[in-house]
Design a protein around this ligand. Structure first.
Ligand SMILES: [Zn+2]
Length: 171
């Protein structure tokens, strides 16, 4: 059955004892934002060495920018209303051997995920993370305020290394 709730409780007790959670500030518009895939091998906190409180991480199939992703960010942005201009940095993290490549057999569901007609799926480059991350950084730069930096990275599940495919222009 995988990891039991009892085991989760034990691990949580060990975590709570570290007090790593204590006193962390609520995230702001400047907090690093990461969009990554749900794959259990590619947790952005782990592969990018991010500590609690350092990043706002959103994950979906493939780490893709979809209309749902943009709607969720717009809602999240409400939390920062009245604060200084939205700056900060968005990292889009795609990865090799992504399961989304196997979903090409289900074009209707995949198209619904992107909210596009199935005959436009080729524009999403789901079979190539190095291409798909460029597709999504382009969408993000168009959709987000220009003050927000956007980077496109690919994580290699075999080497554990990331590669910057599309760097933020002001880095
Ligand atoms: Zn994936």
């Amino acid at each position: 059955m995988g990891i039991s709730t009892g085991e989760l409780l034990r691990r949580n007790a060990a975590f709570a004892a570290t007090r790593a959670f204590a006193g962390l500030p609520f995230p702001t518009a400047d907090t690093l934002q990461v969009l990554g895939c749900v794959d259990s091998r590619v947790d952005p906190g782990d592969v990018l060495g991010l500590e609690l409180g350092e990043s706002v991480v959103m994950r979906n199939i493939g780490g893709r920018i979809t209309p749902a992703t943009l709607r969720e960010w717009a809602l999240l942005g409400r939390l920062g209303q009245g604060r200084p201009p939205r700056s900060g940095h968005l990292v889009i993290l795609h990865h090799t051997d992504c399961g989304i490549t196997r979903l090409a057999d289900y074009p209707e569901q995949l198209a619904a995920f992107f909210e596009i007609p199935a005959d436009e799926l080729q524009n999403k480059a789901v079979d190539d993370p190095y291409a798909s991350v460029r597709v999504d950084t382009a969408i993000a730069r168009h959709a987000l305020p220009p003050s927000r930096l956007v980077s496109g990275l690919v994580y290699d599940v075999n080497t554990g290394l990331i590669e910057i495919i599309d760097p933020a222009t002001q880095e």
